[in-house]
Every structure is written in structure tokens, then in C-alpha cells.
Design a protein around this ligand. Structure first.
Ligand code: HEM
Length: 437
């Protein structure tokens, strides 16, 4: 679909074929980002996710690609596993607040991986940074807003009715400086004292130093790249985990199947570890189907074209904003048989419907560089939860199941609104396994 909104071109791609044709096969044209006035005002338009195609983009992207290859992510597994165990204990003690516990898990993992900082309490300064960023990101949004069409609006005084962007930018600016500098300085001090835990930041600094020394410019680029890890990685991972929990609540048969499979592999004697993944195809299919049925990022991030182009006889002018509509792609009946149905078997042999990888993680040169890390976090949390707990409907005063239709909330990431479920240990043995962690 093509829209012209007050002189700005917008194309929405609703099939995987069109997205692949343009965003992957012609990625030399379609890998920029549209400028965003609100992100400029806030002072973080220099972060990779918002950068247009160019030198800065290449430099930041290189840090991510070096740090988060499929194999490179193995070094972060101990952090993911230990934070998963913290999560299990919290859910055992206080199952009602599982929403918050999963949110803290996602923030803690990212902070430990990025800066080597181990979060030990819920009011940790790094968690406050993480939550502050999530708030700003949600308020700012990521596509076009009114100030992109009427840039002079940014000069309105803060008190002017309807001016949400001025106060947002004013409040955010000092916070952004703090959240970039504080963790960076701490890692530098720890490295100088020889007690820095391995992290994305310390490993990249070491790499720079080994390849001829880290210039001030390199360090600044690394500081900016690292500061975006939370913005890009925590809310998305949280949403993906919450989507899976909601799906397991809605589809108890799928839940039982995955639990039976886990029981066969683990024998009820231990909790899962990453090495078990290949032995758990049912669980894999459930996670694939969840990513298709409820894509975490329905529209990903906007791409922008840097040259005029013609596709299937249609002219697409330079500077067009291009959105990939993940929801339409995942419900495309030319690709998926009966797409509205939640059916993990579609990804198990002998069937072979196309895996929904790009729907969740984006396209071409802008494809999510944190996908291997995110995928591992979601997997270890869901595998561990299913091994130890069951997710069942909450009970009303008369002891009857409260059956609830789940509402999915719109936003940069899509996740379920709170729903009345109980997460309880599957057995006393399962509770003991967690208590012994
Ligand atoms: C389930 C969790 C995640 C999902 C669903 C997700 C999804 C996405 C999507 C759809 C994009 C835009 C791709 C495009 O423009 O075509 C993206 C970009 C990005 N993601 Fe993720 N992501 C997740 C986790 C992470 C994590 C853990 C990290 C950090 C390591 C991360 C870092 C980034 C960065 C830096 C970008 C910007 C890339 C660029 O503009 O070149 N993401 N992600």
C-alpha cells in the first residue's frame, strides 16, 4: 500500500515476498531510517536503531555484529541461566507479580551482558536506568509524529496545550546523558582496576585496544551503541516472553506436550540447560508458532529508501518510509495454512511451512543484531518455566476457573494486557528443584 501523507511517502509491505524483494534483495536502497524529529529533540537520534545509512551506522552495527554472532552469544549463557533461576525463585515466592518479575529479568540480563553489572535488587540504579529508557521510548514512539510534518511545532513553549514533545525532550535530555556516561565510566574504572566482569562493553574495548588502540571517537561510538542495548533488547524480550506465557495459558494442550517432552529429557531430576535445546523439537515449534501467531514487533522499525525505485511497475520515490506489516505477513493464507489457528505442528516434519524469523526480527541490513541473544533468553525462560511450573487459569471465589480472553496491547512491541492466570509448581519435586538453586 502506498500513502502520501502531507507530501511524505509511506509504503506498507504486507507480504513476506515483497519485504524480501525490497528490504533484502534491494537492501542497498532500502536500509536507511527516516529522520525523526522527536528522537533528535531527545538527543538519542545517534543510536543505531534510529541512524540513517552512513559511516556512523556502519561503525555501530560492526560492534553489534562482532559481539552477538550466534557462537559469540554463548559467552553470555551463564548470565542468562543464572537470571532465569532468579526469575524462577521470584515466581515461586510471589507468583501473582510474574509480569514484574519477567520485566526485571529482561532488564537484568541486558545490563549484565552489556556492562557486566549484576543486578541484585529491584531498586538497583541500572534497573532504574532501564525503566527510565523504556518510558521515554514508549512516549516517543518510533514512526512519524505530528512534528515530522510541521517541524516548527518543536519551538512551541512547553506550556502550550497539546505540546507533549517539548516537556518529554526537556526531561529526557539529562537522563540520556547520565544513562550513557554512568555505566561506561564504571566499566572503565573496573577495567583499570582489573576487576571488570566480561561484558559486551569490556570485550569491545579489549578488541579495540588489541587492534591498535581505542580512540576517543571509537569509545564514544561504543558508549552510544551500548546505551541502546536496553532500549532495543529489554522490552522486546519481555514482550516475547509474555506472549509465550499467554499462548501457553490459552493452549493448555500445547503446554502439556512441551512438558511431556521436557520430562522425557530431564527426568524430573534437573532444570533445563541450553544443551537440551536440540532434544526439544515440540517446544521449538511452540515458540516458532507463538512468534508467527503473535509477532512481538508487528511493524518492526521503519526503513527508508535512499534512491528512486520501481517495483512491479510501481514508482517508489527516494525518501519513502517503508514499514513491514508483520501481522499481515503472519496471517497470509498464501503462506500459512489456516493462519488464524494456533498450530505448532505446522513447523514440525513432515510439514514445512516457512519459519517466521523475519517477521519478528526484521529485514536485510537492518535485521535485529540481537536476535541470537534474544532467542536464547526467551528459550531458556520458557523451557525452565514449563519444566517447573504449570500455567493455569486463576480461580474465582467459588473455585471455578476464570476464563479470560486475552487482549493484546498495541505499541512498538505487542504484548498481552494482564490476564488472570496462576503459575504454580507442577509438583513438590519441582518446587524443591527451584528452592535448591
Ligand atoms: C525478542 C526480542 C527482540 C525482538 C522481537 C527484536 C526485534 C527487532 C526488530 C524488528 C528490529 C528492526 C529490524 C529492521 O529494521 O528491519 C530490531 C532492531 C534492533 N535490535 Fe532487536 N529485537 C529483539 C531483541 C534485541 C536484543 C536483545 C538486542 C540487543 C542485543 C537488540 C538490538 C537491536 C538493535 C541495536 C537494533 C537496531 C538495528 C539497526 O537499526 O541496524 N534487539 N530488533
Amino acid at each position: 500500500m502506498y500513502f502520501n501523507i502531507l507530501g511524505k511517502s509511506l509504503v506498507v509491505l504486507s507480504s513476506q515476498e515483497a519485504a524480501s524483494d525490497l528490504l533484502e534483495k534491494r537492501s542497498a536502497i532500502y536500509s536507511s531510517r527516516p529522520p525523526s524529529t522527536i528522537h533528535e529533540m531527545i538527543g538519542w537520534a545517534d543510536m543505531l536503531g534510529f541512524l540513517s545509512y552512513g559511516e556512523q551506522f556502519h561503525q555501530q552495527r560492526k560492534f553489534f555484529q562482532q559481539g552477538f554472532t550466534r557462537q559469540g552469544c554463548f559467552v553470555f549463557r551463564p548470565s542468562q541461566l543464572s537470571q532465569t533461576h532468579v526469575l524462577l525463585k521470584k515466581i515461586l515466592q510471589d507468583p501473582k507479580h510474574f509480569y514484574d518479575h519477567v520485566r526485571q529479568f529482561s532488564a537484568a540480563v541486558i545490563m549484565e551482558i552489556t556492562y557486566g553489572h549484576k543486578v541484585t535488587s529491584d531498586d538497583d540504579p541500572y534497573i532504574n536506568i532501564a525503566e527510565g529508557m523504556a518510558r521515554i521510548l514508549t512516549e516517543a514512539g518510533h514512526t512519524l509524529s505530528i512534528i515530522d510534518f510541521f517541524p516548527w511545532l518543536r519551538y512551541l513553549p512547553s506550556w502550550f496545550p497539546g505540546n507533549w514533545f517539548g516537556p518529554l525532550a526537556e526531561n529526557a535530555a539529562p537522563f540520556i546523558k547520565h544513562m550513557r556516561n554512568m555505566p561506561f565510566e564504571q566499566v572503565r574504572q573496573q577495567m583499570a582496576a582489573g576487576n571488570a566482569a566480561p561484558s559486551f562493553m569490556s570485550m569491545q574495548i579489549e578488541e579495540l585496544e588489541q587492534s591498535g588502540g581505542a580512540s576517543l571517537e571509537d569509545l564514544h561510538t561504543l558508549k552510544v551503541a551500548s546505551s541502546q542495548m536496553y532500549a532495543a533488547g529489554a522490552d522486546t524480550t519481555w514482550s516475547a516472553i509474555m506472549n509465550a506465557i499467554a499462548v501457553l495459558y490459552l493452549y493448555p494442550k500445547a503446554q502439556r506436550k512441551a512438558q511431556n517432552e521436557l520430562d522425557k529429557v530431564l527426568g524430573g531430576k534437573r532444570l533445563p540447560d541450553f544443551e537440551d535445546r536440540e532434544s526439544l523439537p515440540e517446544l521449538e515449534a511452540i515458540l516458532q508458532e507463538t512468534a508467527r501467531w503473535r509477532p512481538t514487533t508487528a511493524f518492526g522499525l521503519p526503513h527508508s529508501s535512499i534512491a528512486d525505485d520501481v517495483y512491479r511497475g510501481m514508482f517508489i520515490p527516494k525518501g519513502t518510509t517503508v514499514l513491514a506489516n508483520g501481522t499481515a505477513m503472519s496471517m497470509d493464507d498464501k503462506v500459512y495454512d489456516n493462519p488464524a489457528e494456533f498450530r505448532p505442528e505446522r513447523f514440525l516434519p513432515p510439514q514445512s511451512e516457512p519459519l517466521p524469523v523475519n517477521i519478528s526480527f526484521g529485514w536485510g541490513r537492518r535485521m535485529c543484531p540481537g536476535r541470537h541473544l534474544a532467542n536464547a533468553s526467551v528459550w531458556i525462560v520458557i523451557a525452565s518455566l514449563l519444566a517447573a511450573f504449570e500455567i493455569v487459569p486463576a480461580k474465582d471465589d467459588k473455585g471455578q476457573d476464570v476464563i479470560h480472553e486475552i487482549k493484546w496491547l498495541p505499541g512498538i512491541t505487542s504484548h498481552p494486557a494482564p490476564f488472570p492466570c496462576m503459575i504454580r509448581p507442577r509438583s513438590s519435586n519441582a518446587a524443591q528443584l527451584i528452592a535448591r538453586l
